[in-house]
Design a protein around this ligand. Structure first.
Ligand SMILES: Nc1ncnc2c1ncn2[C@@H]1O[C@H](COP(=O)(O)OP(=O)(O)OP(=O)(O)O)[C@@H](O)[C@H]1O
Ligand SMILES: [Mg+2]
Length: 291
């Protein structure tokens, strides 16, 4: 290359750097790239979907537990999932959270995050929280310590284990305590709480990590009627701020909280609509509600 050409090239690079700094390039100064610009920690919901499953299939030893399952959820929605035992409800949550790999299909978080490319721990960090049926709180620790620990284990917030809550985190903890109705029990050992209170504490621990999507598998199983009613209230408060997918067999609870209900059967969607609509559906009555 001649010294002249090298000089011209260097000059063009300098001009471009100047334009980028001023935001005068065609991309407004952003670095060039394909597709949408992805901001870490944010989920792109411009297509109106926080979760999108299409034609998902899973077999266990030749048995099709999930069979051509397609479903999507809007941001802020509280979606209820019902269906008979063995319908594939828990398996669907296993797939969304990376615990089970599907044989085929598409699973997206927002419109840009292909969940099948991530491991279970990474999916939790992306902002999908999951509540299993059995409460898994630290029984020896207090309510406060359990919530504090939930913050500690969030790598997005704390890269190290040595920390003290800053004022924003203390405020968050107080807010979560209030939301889960456990403010009066803040210093109580978690092992001494009722079953329902332990469930709320575990939901609180998920909330400390500020998940965008919460998956809850049979959250009111084993609760008293009063605890179930308070849980319904809690979910209605969470709706809008978070997106929720709730699997339950308790129809009274579903009636209180539901907008759209999806009925799963044999690993795919059998029906979808308001609870009244699906309860009037002959196929749903036959496989589930009419038992
Ligand atoms: N890891 C696995 N290995 C083999 N079979 C499995 C596995 N996980 C789930 N299954 C089977 O897949 C089917 C769907 O199970 P799943 O637990 O998803 O149902 P469910 O809708 O959650 O039922 P329930 O209402 O009883 O909780 C069942 O027949 C179950 O036995
Ligand atoms: Mg299940």
């Amino acid at each position: 290359m001649t010294p002249d050409l090298m000089e011209q090239g260097a000059q063009r690079r300098a001009e471009m750097a100047h334009k980028v700094a001023l935001g005068q390039t065609e991309s407004g100064g952003r670095e060039a790239g394909f597709g949408r610009v992805h901001t870490p920690g944010e989920v792109d919901v411009t297509h109106g979907r926080i979760l999108y499953l299409e034609d998902v299939n899973v077999s266990f030893d030749g048995f099709k537990a999930i069979n051509g399952l397609s479903l999507d959820i809007a941001p802020g929605e509280l979606r209820c999932i019902i269906g008979p035992n063995g319908a594939g409800k828990t398996t669907m949550m296993d797939i969304i959270t990376g615990k089970t790999r599907p044989d085929s299909g598409t699973v997206f978080f927002g419109s840009t995050i292909d969940l099948l490319r991530y491991r279970e721990a990474e999916i939790a960090e992306l902002g999908i929280g999951r509540k299993f049926q059995k409460p898994t709180v630290f029984e020896q620790l207090t309510v406060f310590e359990n919530l504090e620990l939930a913050l500690k284990t969030n790598k997005r917030v704390f890269p190290s284990m040595t920390f003290r809550l800053d004022s924003a985190q203390s405020d968050r903890l107080a807010e979560v305590l209030h939301t889960i109705h456990l403010a009066p029990s803040v210093s109580r050992q978690a092992g001494l709480l009722s079953h329902g209170q332990k469930q709320w504490l575990e939901i609180g621990m998920l909330l400390m990590q500020d998940p965008k999507l919460l998956l809850l598998d049979e959250p009111v199983a084993g609760m008293t009627d009063e605890e179930t009613a308070r849980t319904a209230e809690l979910f209605l408060t969470l709706k809008g701020q978070h997106s929720l997918m709730v699997v339950e067999h308790d129809m009274g609870f579903i009636r209180t909280i539901s907008d759209i209900v999806t009925v799963l059967c044999d690993g795919s969607v059998l029906a979808q609509g308001t609870l009244d609509q699906v309860q009037a559906d002959e196929r749903v009555i036959e496989v589930y509600l009419g038992r």
